[in-house]
Design a protein. Structure first.
Length: 366
């Protein structure tokens, strides 16, 4: 039987019945995505910080333009390849929040720096020297932010002294312009990040360097935008949200804009049904969950195993059972790697299929 309308809204089945969309397929509710864009912009505006959304989540020119239209100051990319796609589409203020390293990237980096206002982050002197080699001799300097680890323990220098030292190294290298700091703070940890940044600011001032830009980010941190001592904020996942963001309390269920629609293709034994979405459709991301996604129309169902094109669903805990042929929605655990699986994605307006847009930077991982 068709699932009841619950906190997730109704299954938008018209487009499937009329065969406009086939399953399995990710489908974006563009009304929800746009509401998320507008909300992030309002949060940044109210906090007095520039909004620089991270496009690694949507990888789409169409959505990047929508973010600019609603007031974003520029965009963030994770990889040079993403930035090349966005620059070719006319984006003219791009931050690449990644250590760019290796001779194969030199010419690309130099070309991109001529084409757009480009800023990159860097957390060590090897990368800084490599950036300098790539761009020195160019028409304009490359803007560089020193990446600071204020507690997430991924990349980033781990002390204010090391940050100020690296700022000095960057500043002295030909072709580079030290422009400030970048951090990806641990969720909700404002005080630690703020005092780190304040200390770097003091040390840099003593060396005659100023922090033009201080860039912070992360969807779970949007609630604290403006409190990290930042001048700009980078959120990515918030445009679509996902099961992880709901469980972290970073969004409400109704803020989720992307579901994978799948068909129940088999009911081989009591308590188990099979959907036509496996690891090639949904990715195998668990991000701490015990199963591969939430079947929002069937509370109690568990998508507990994958083959490449099959999803195994335990429905023994469900009050009602889906029927073979029925379409169900899966809320992905982690939306960003999933989007990267698709060349284009269909979207709804007012609950009905309104078009498709390209995932232009799909697969651009270097
Ligand atoms: C450097 C950087 N900035 C910002 C973000 C955006 O974080 P979120 O996707 O939680 O919004 C990420 C996510 O990976 C990131 O790596």
């Amino acid at each position: 039987m068709l699932a009841e309308m619950g906190k997730w809204g109704a299954v938008s089945s018209w487009d499937f019945r009329s065969a406009l969309i086939d399953t399995p397929a990710p489908v974006i509710d563009l009304d929800i995505a746009e509401r998320n864009i507008v909300r992030a912009q309002a949060i940044c505006d109210n906090a007095g910080v520039a909004n620089r959304p991270h496009i690694k989540t949507h990888k789409s020119v169409f959505l990047g333009r929508l973010q600019l239209k609603h007031g974003a100051a520029g965009i963030t990319c994770q990889k040079l390849g993403e930035a090349e796609i966005m620059a070719a589409a006319g984006f003219n203020d791009i931050l690449v929040s990644y250590n760019i390293l290796g001779r194969a990237k030199h010419r690309r980096l130099a070309t991109l720096n001529e084409k757009t206002v480009l800023t990159v982050s860097c957390d060590n002197a090897v990368v800084a020297r490599d950036l300098s080699t790539a761009v020195s001799g160019g028409a304009k300097p490359l803007k560089v932010l020193v990446e600071c680890d204020t507690g997430r323990h991924r990349c980033g220098v781990t002390s204010p002294t090391a940050a100020a030292e690296l700022a000095g190294v960057v500043n002295a290298l030909p072709g580079l312009a030290f422009s400030g700091l970048l951090m990806y703070p641990p969720n909700g940890e404002t005080a630690q990040t703020r005092s780190f940044i304040d200390e770097v600011r003091t040390l840099c001032a003593e060396a005659g360097l100023s922090l033009e830009t201080v860039s912070a980010g992360g969807t779970p941190n949007l609630a604290w935008a403006g409190q990290f001592g930042e001048s700009e904020f980078r959120a990515g996942t918030n445009i679509f949200n996902d099961r992880q963001m709901v469980s972290l309390g970073a969004c409400a269920p109704e803020d989720c804009a992307l579901f994978v629609y799948a068909t129940i293709v088999s009911h081989p034994e009591p308590g188990r049904v099979m959907i036509d979405a496996g690891s090639k459709t949904l990715t195998s991301e668990l991000v701490g969950f015990g199963d591969y996604g939430e079947l929002v129309d069937y509370p109690g169902a568990s998508l507990y195993r994958f083959a490449e094109e099959h999803g195994f669903v335990d429905v023994s805990g469900c009050k009602t059972l889906p029927e073979v042929g029925e379409i169900v929605r899966v809320l992905p655990n982690h939306i960003c790697p999933l989007v990267n699986l698709y060349d284009e994605i269909a979207y709804l307006r007012d609950g009905e299929l309104a078009g498709r847009f390209a995932i232009d930077a799909r697969g651009k991982v270097n």
